[in-house]
Design a protein around this ligand. Structure first.
Ligand code: AMP
Length: 450
């Protein structure tokens, strides 16, 4: 698969509010966990669009002055997740373009699975691309569509793309929000003042005091026009395949995603894990922050005390950000440290949400053993991650996924744990009240939908 750069990201859109770009900024701030590499906002004042985007965290990219230049009552924003090796500013979003109908900006969370075919076909007809982003395909499809109105062009364009997309479009006077027919990635609608807000996660609404209205349905396009209620267009019949990994790792615990609170889902996974994979021990210790809710669930179900015996230094980014293995190793050490007096002589159960390459677990277990733990048992609140995601979660290629290349026993030896056990896929689905038919579990099963 060719490089594509619209992976785990956050999107936001604010419509008909006098502080549109400021609210978009705050929303992006709440959604920073979905992407730390780049951030951007486009706003519109009816006459033109204004765009600022740059590498770095939301607070680095924007300040009062910059936000003041993002005029108008509508704004869309994006935070982008890191991808191996490339940090070109061209690959930050929103993607802005001028075309025959005027100006437009697009933000995208997800990953288009037919991006290369669409791009090749467009290039064969003379299109010139500036970035590696599959989102740029949409710009071309919209610009080249034979339809007269932007709305019809958007419908035309999304019918030519496949895969995962939660999209927000901004024109000079309107905003559009669209979710793919599978609803892989979340996208919710809220009310703020007399206007509207759409965002990848509801934690953004809580920050700006917006009221949650509903999730945008899979296959639904919402059209926002001044002084009108949003118009809903069912472009595709919904066939939900929500991403289970949003619950496992990606979304923020205080968000309601796919209609359910993420923290509670993670706690349920911990309860299920304690039932399915019990172990005799003195302490339950989470890998912060991801493992915390599951560890609380595991502790409550097993009766083994919970302790925050691994501390996290919050002043560095996620370990995945660095492209080289050496930097990732170093970052784990910088990020996590044990409370030796809690751990010494104890049989510890360490809980994390997932093992990807195995680097984090190996480091943590070594750290706990160095701190004097008598035994370290690793429990993972999801199944082995055996397959890469093509729908918007930034997982490495199969050859780097430890569970694709080693058995559980081999992984246990590699990470130097006294035991290792994962939550089964069935128990995972049960703990979030999901079924195989409405959730995508391809990263655990290899069963891809598109
Ligand atoms: P690894 O060291 O490669 O096994 O990574 C496992 C750690 O990364 C766990 O602590 C997870 O919480 C976290 N993690 C899982 N999936 C992702 C992802 N797609 N991006 C960043 N971190 C992740």
């Amino acid at each position: 698969m060719e490089r594509s750069l619209n992976e785990k990201c956050a999107v936001v859109g604010v419509f008909d509010h006098e502080e549109a770009s400021k609210l978009a900024y705050f929303c992006l701030h709440a959604l920073q966990h979905r992407g730390q590499e780049a951030a951007g906002i486009s706003s519109g004042d009816g006459k033109q669009l204004y765009t600022i985007k740059d590498r770095g965290l939301v607070t680095r990219v924007f300040n009062e002055q910059k936000l003041a230049t993002l005029q108008g009552r509508a704004a869309i924003g994006h935070t982008r997740y890191s991808t191996a090796g490339d940090d070109s500013i061209l690959d930050a979003q929103p993607v802005f373009a001028r075309y025959d109908l005027g100006e437009m900006s697009i933000v995208h969370n997800g990953n288009l699975t037919n991006a290369q075919e669409v791009r090749d076909a467009l290039i064969a007809k003379g299109a010139i691309f500036q970035t590696f982003m599959d989102t740029e395909n949409l710009i071309h499809l919209i610009a080249k569509s034979d339809e007269e109105k932007l709305l019809d062009r958007i419908v035309d364009a999304v019918k030519k793309i496949e895969g995962a997309y939660s999209l927000v479009f901004l024109s000079r006077s309107k905003m559009f929000a669209m979710r793919d027919p599978y609803g892989f990635r979340p996208l919710s609608l809220g009310r703020v003042g007399d206007g509207y807000v759409v965002a990848s996660e509801t934690c953004a609404f809580d920050l700006i005091g917006a009221e949650f209205v509903r999730d945008i349905e899979p296959g639904e396009l919402l059209v926002f026009e001044k002084e009108k209620a949003p118009q809903s267009i069912r472009v595709f019949d919904p066939t939900p395949k929500h991403c289970i990994f949003e619950y496992v790792y990606f979304a923020r615990p205080d968000s309601d995603v796919f209609g359910k609170n993420v923290y509670l889902m993670r706690k349920n996974m911990g309860v299920a894990l304690a039932r399915e994979k019990p172990v005799e021990a003195d302490l339950i210790v989470p890998v912060p922050d991801g493992g915390v809710p599951a560890a609380i669930g595991y502790s409550q179900e097993s009766g083994i005390p919970f302790e925050m015996a691994i501390m996290r230094n919050h002043y560095i980014g996620r370990t995945f950000i660095e492209p080289t293995q050496e930097m990732r190793d170093l970052k784990v050490k910088m990020k996590l440290s044990p409370i030796i007096s809690m751990i010494k002589g104890k049989r510890v159960v360490v809980i994390d949400d997932s093992i990807v390459r195995g680097t984090t677990s190996r480091r943590i277990i070594r750290m706990l053993k160095d701190a004097g733990a008598a035994e370290v048992h690793m429990r993972i609140s999801s199944p082995p991650t055996t397959d890469p995601c093509y729908y918007g979660v930034d997982t490495p290629d199969k050859d780097k996924l430890i569970a694709a290349n080693m058995s559980s026993d081999e992984i246990c030896k590699y990470i130097e744990a006294d035991s290792l056990a994962y939550l089964s896929n069935t128990a995972l689905l049960q703990s979030v009240g999901a079924t195989e038919s409405n959730y995508c579990t391809a990263c655990f099963t290899g069963e891809y939908i598109v």
